[in-house]
Ligand binder design. Structure first.
Ligand SMILES: NC(=O)c1ccc[n+]([C@@H]2O[C@H](COP(=O)([O-])OP(=O)(O)OC[C@H]3O[C@@H](n4cnc5c(N)ncnc54)[C@H](OP(=O)(O)O)[C@@H]3O)[C@@H](O)[C@H]2O)c1
Length: 328
């Protein structure tokens, strides 16, 4: 172990988000002391507020999982916000962490940092070897800046700052917004609503053949904590399951999870998107980490959580509880 989180004051920046809340759950379960602060008290795009909060609260380790996150529509409508907010959040926290001698920091990126036409599976060294996907380049460039900041502060100042790139995630705390959701959340919502409306069929976009990788967010939290304690180097690490599934098979699995019994059809007039998107996570695997949950288990836990606690921009708490009684 290169670094122990035992008895450290650990700040999870972005604790209200899907990833941040999974990190808080896991760290708390392990008995760690976790510091959190809401956006109403601390705006992470403000350097002096970040400096003051760190000076007052003295975290020793930081998980940087705060970010302005959104889908293609949000990225293309608000490019300046995505670029500015994400660069500021990363730069403010990383710079303050260096100045105030925080022992260890982890920056969370995303697989969109890789070139649009990247070879598959995507290895860490493929970063900056080609043009980015234009629809989310604002976000990707800010994330690449975050990775490079960690590298630069390590190189120039010897700071123990690392970065990880998670694959596509799903789980409790996900965003089910119609325009902003990722594939797992979008499918869960569509199949749940189709079940409630007794729809005879649901069409998915494209041929259903593109291959994707999905990870349950609690597995990601576990991988982040493992990496924080067992890894210290300038190169970032991919975090994925190494398992691929076709979009059609994934749709069938989600339908089964939510209890939708109608037909699933393909709409080949719609685009497929990239045919294969898989992370090469062999470096992380070689360190000794592997995921705990299968896709079936993770989807079941996600849907059970929605029925009990509701889903962001989807089912309200009260409605969800009524639904649970109805389904019982
Ligand atoms: N979700 C995925 O599939 C996925 C996949 C790969 C990587 N990641 C990475 O994981 C990280 C977290 O993602 P997520 O899905 O957990 O996103 P999320 O649910 O949108 O959470 C982001 C958090 O950041 C906070 N935040 C944003 N701007 C802030 C500001 N100016 N001041 C204070 N807090 C601010 C948000 O606060 P509010 O709650 O107040 O808005 C929210 O709690 C991101 O870096 C993302 O790229 C996510």
């Amino acid at each position: 172990m290169t670094y122990s989180l035992h008895k450290k004051r650990i700040w999870v920046a972005g604790h209200n988000g899907m990833v941040g809340s999974a990190l808080v759950r896991k760290l708390t379960k392990c008995g760690h002391e976790v510091l959190t602060v809401g956006r109403d008290t601390l705006d992470l795009t403000n350097q002096s507020q970040v400096n003051d909060w760190i000076a007052q609260n003295k975290p020793e380790a930081v998980f940087l999982s705060a970010a302005k996150v959104g889908g293609i529509y949000a990225n293309s409508t608000y490019p300046a916000t995505f670029l500015y907010d994400n660069i500021q959040i990363a730069a403010n926290i990383i710079h303050a962490a260096y100045q105030q001698k925080i022992e260890k920091l982890m920056f969370l990126g995303s697989s969109c940092i890789y070139p649009k036409e990247s070879s598959q599976p995507m290895r860490e060294e493929y970063l900056l070897t080609g043009a980015l996907e234009p629809t989310n380049e604002w976000y990707a460039i800010a994330k690449i800046a975050g990775i490079k900041l960690c590298e630069a502060y390590r190189k120039q100042h010897g700071a123990d700052f690392i970065s990880v790139m998670p694959t596509n995630l799903y789980g409790p705390g996900d965003n089910y917004h119609l325009e902003n959701s990722h594939v797992p959340a979008a499918f869960i919502r569509r199949f749940h609503e189709a079940k409630e409306a007794n729809k005879s069929s649901v069409a998915i976009w494209g041929t259903g053949t593109p291959l994707r990788e999905f990870m349950y967010v609690d597995d990601l939290a576990d991988a982040c904590i493992f990496t924080m304690e067992n890894y210290s180097d300038h190169s970032f690490l991919n975090i994925g399951t190494g398992k691929e599934i076709s979009i059609l098979d994934f749709a069938n699995l989600v339908a089964k999870t939510v209890g939708y019994k109608g037909e699933i059809t393909i709409d080949t007039t719609r685009p497929d998107g990239t045919m294969r998107k898989l992370m090469d996570s062999s470096k992380l695997k070689a360190l000794g980490w592997c995921p705990s949950y299968t896709l079936e288990e993770g989807l079941k836990m996600t849907y059970d959580d929605i029925l009990v606690n509701g889903g962001k921009n989807f089912l309200e708490n009260v409605g969800a509880k009524k639904m649970q009684v109805k389904n019982a």
